[in-house]
Unconditional design. Structure first.
Length: 239
């Protein structure tokens, strides 16, 4: 890979476990991007079905499939982060999809705005057959307080400069829920965010995801307790 290619490349992490029925659609949505400079790293997290075979069946040289013992979604995403060659990092869950201009629109923002480290955008949520549009309009710049208060960025909608993902240490090992929220909080502590107005992805909410949403407050308490450097923000958050 030339230096020019690396400067253009987006690396997409796609963790999957027992997703043979949905991963094909997720991969097709990546391959259907209007922005062609990407690699897709599929990490099969100990599947017992044909998830890896489905991923390999596309035969596209931009796709790398890695099989590993089951270790959870954080570990799978971190394995992908360690293999990435691109300048930018994106994430795609195995039962969700990108809309065609997701990468193109977000790369354009980061190229034109060197002051922005992370791009995010609206998304569509599908839950129990119903669609809901999430505008995710938190503005731009320092979004830590807004995220800490509960504003959430969907993992499929984000595009990050690779050095930022590396600097915060990737995703937290051992988390069974809200590992992406923890990752975003650590990003927001240090880096600026910018919003692309165009809807970027479709997120399918499962029953487990719905249960995760109810545990945010307990996660706040854990996060505060584990990060004494942000204790000074607590009074602000309570306002």
């Amino acid at each position: 890979m030339s230096a020019t290619d690396a400067n253009e490349l987006v690396s997409i992490a796609l963790p999957a476990r027992n997703r043979e029925s949905s991963i094909g659609e997720a991969i097709r949505s990546a391959l259907g991007q209007t922005y062609p400079h990407f690699e897709l790293i599929v990490v099969d997290d100990g599947s017992t079905d044909s998830t890896a075979d489905v991923a390999r069946s596309f035969g596209d040289e931009r796709i790398t499939v890695v099989r590993t013992e089951h270790g959870g979604v954080s570990r799978a995403r971190n394995i992908a982060l360690g293999l990435m060659k691109g300048r930018y990092v994106a994430f795609l869950d195995s039962d969700d999809i990108y809309l065609p201009k997701k990468l193109e629109s977000q790369v354009a923002l980061l190229r034109s705005r060197p002051d922005i480290m992370c791009a995010y955008s609206p998304y569509i949520e599908i839950h129990k057959g119903a669609e809901q549009y999430h505008p995710c309009d938190m503005g731009e710049g320092d979004l830590f307080i807004k995220m800490f208060k509960g504003s959430f960025v969907n993992v499929n909608t984000i595009l990050i400069r690779k050095e930022c993902a590396d600097a915060v240490g990737g995703f937290p090992d051992g988390f069974t829920t809200l590992e992406d929220y923890d990752f975003f909080l650590r990003l927001a502590e240090r880096y600026t965010f910018g919003r692309v107005a165009e809807t970027s992805s479709v997120y399918r909410m499962s029953e487990r995801d719905e249960a995760d949403d109810t545990s945010n407050y307990l996660h706040y308490l854990k996060y505060i307790d584990g990060c004494p450097e942000i204790h000074g923000f607590v009074d602000v958050v309570k306002e």
